[in-house]
Design a protein around this ligand. Structure first.
Ligand code: BES
Ligand code: MN
Ligand code: ZN
Length: 498
């Protein structure tokens, strides 16, 4: 889909549809008022008839309004004006985008990004509106025999319109960021959705090389099992033992900043399929464990967006990629392994494998002399119990970093919420036979964070547990591309702060 900007009168737009807003008290947005005037009061009449009441996220498609050039008018509920904050703005944009994509039309002009909201400047509004539209238009049919070539009309062109002509530069900057974030998010979704017989560790390594081809500035390094063995990554390799697919450790570097600027290092869990290993998972919904590489996918997405925008900062993406299978050579519960850090680990449950690959990747990440390290992982089912599917969990050893991620989450709509870390939880990981056990305690998300915390004492670090937000189940099953928007916002905030 192509998104462009323009200004002009709403009633004059020649398009399949023009989208405008209706407030909960029955009043019309500026563009809606213009349509109402052009059509001799039709919109006010329809609104007062009660077909739509302006509740946030409602929408109503109207056809052939007299005096209006567009074939259709989409009226979108905005809620109460006093409640119209950034969250409500996004909800309205998402509702409009869903209605436009569902309408099976080819083009539309939306005046909804023009509506001011509390806390949202023009660049933010254009970016958010565009990101919601790109997300709604996403489809994944690479593995359907039709190859996605259905005859259904798709929304190809969306114009974000404004009734006034001013501040075009700001809107353009917002749109450029939206395009990059959307492309990165779509890449993350594609990788997450790709079936696990295709998307294995070597496939991810190939993706990194493909990204390097596309963006010449990207530096890519891939370690194989022998290389990891030499570095002493006994923990990561223990997870991979049961699989026929060899593990890969991938690093992607974008050096857009000054040479001496310490990089942001992102480490994404890349378990391309998690059977649980010998501590095998139950059969129901096990297919969803193909999404256990969504942390890695988000790192790919961010690197893509960072390269496309050529952000003036240093960012390194690290992806430990493995498949967790119960083969004849698989790790047993009770095995003790030695991590790259030198710490020994008693593997009490082979299904707690994410932390086992991350600890070695996090130790390795130290070689990039990071300013901050953020790991992203579908780490614990307990995270869904704690926070459901709304918020990712954020933990770490640096309150300023955690606050920055929370704030980036709030402004991108891709939110996270903090969980505590302390010695009281950490001691649940004591082992009778090794330095640390790989499971412990009832607070599963926190003890997993504490486990990682034992390997990250040398730098500022935060951990995002995305188990509840990385994909959707049921009829809408599929990867969400979260937390690409959150991470990109965090990077934008750093860029904009100079
Ligand atoms: N990939 C899973 C976590 C997960 C499970 C995410 C379900 C989303 C939905 C992870 O590797 C895992 O299996 N964790 C275990 C840890 C336990 C053995 C301590 C879990 O959460 O059950
Ligand atoms: Mn597991
Ligand atoms: Zn897992």
């Amino acid at each position: 889909m192509q998104i462009t900007l323009k200004s002009g009168a709403a009633e004059k737009q020649r398009a399949a549809c023009v989208a405008v807003g209706l407030w909960a008290d029955g009043s019309l947005s500026d563009a809606a008022s213009a349509l109402d005037a052009a059509s001799g009061g039709q919109l006010v009449e329809i609104a007062s008839a009660g077909d739509i009441n302006g509740k946030l996220g409602q929408s109503l498609m109207l056809h052939r309004l007299p005096g209006v050039a567009a074939k259709r008018v989409l009226l979108v509920g905005l809620g109460a004006a006093e409640d119209f904050d950034r969250r409500a703005f996004r909800t309205a944009q998402a509702a409009a985008a869903a209605a436009l994509v569902g309408a099976r039309i080819r083009d539309a002009v939306s005046y909804l990004a023009d509506i001011e909201c509390r806390g949202g400047q023009l660049a933010w509004r254009v970016r958010s509106a565009a990101e919601e539209a790109f997300a709604a238009a996403y489809r994944f049919d690479a593995f359907k025999s039709s190859g996605g070539k259905s005859k259904v009309k798709r929304l190809k062109k969306l114009t974000l319109a404004s009734t006034s002509r001013s501040r075009r530069a700001k809107a353009k900057a917002g749109l450029a960021r939206a395009r990059a974030v959307a492309a990165g998010r779509n890449l993350a979704r594609d990788l997450g959705n790709t079936p696990p017989n295709v998307c294995h560790p070597s496939y991810l390594a190939k993706q990194a090389k493909a990204l390097k081809k596309q963006f010449k500035s990207l530096k890519v390094e891939v370690l194989d099992e022998a290389g990891m063995g030499k570095l002493g990554m006994g923990s990561l390799l223990a997870v991979s033992r049961g699989s026929r697919q060899p593990a890969k450790l991938i690093a992607m570097q974008h050096r857009g900043g000054k040479k001496r600027d310490k990089p942001v290092v992102l480490v994404g869990k890349g378990v391309t399929f998690d059977t649980g290993g010998i501590s095998i998972k139950p059969a129901a919904t096990m297919d969803e464990m193909k999404f256990d590489m969504c942390g890695a996918a988000s790192v790919f997405g961010v690197m893509r967006a960072v390269c496309e925008l050529d952000l003036p900062i240093n960012v390194v993406g690290v992806v430990p990629a493995v498949e967790n299978m119960p083969g004849g050579d698989a790790t047993r519960p009770g095995d003790v392994v030695t991590s790259m850090s030198g710490k020994t680990i008693e593997i009490l449950n082979t299904d707690a494998e994410g932390r086992l690959i991350l600890c070695d990747a996090l130790t390795w990440a130290g070689k990039f002399k990071p300013g901050v390290v953020i790991d992203i992982a579908t780490l614990t089912g307990a995270c869904i119990v704690a926070l459901g599917h709304e918020n990712a969990a954020v933990l770490g050893n640096d309150d300023a970093l955690i606050d920055a991620l929370r704030s980036a989450g709030d402004s991108s709509g891709d939110t996270c919420w903090p969980l505590p870390m302390s010695d009281a939880y950490d001691k649940d990981l004591e082992s009778n036979f090794a330095d640390v056990a790989n499971i412990g305690g009832r607070a599963g998300t926190i003890t997993a964070g504490c486990f990682l915390g034992r390997f990250t004492a040398d730098y500022r670090w935060a951990h995002l547990d995305i188990a509840g937000v990385a994909w959707k189940s049921g009829k809408v099953k599929g990867a969400t591309g979260r937390p690409v928007p959150l991470l990109m916002q965090y990077l934008f905030d750093r860029v904009d702060a100079g």
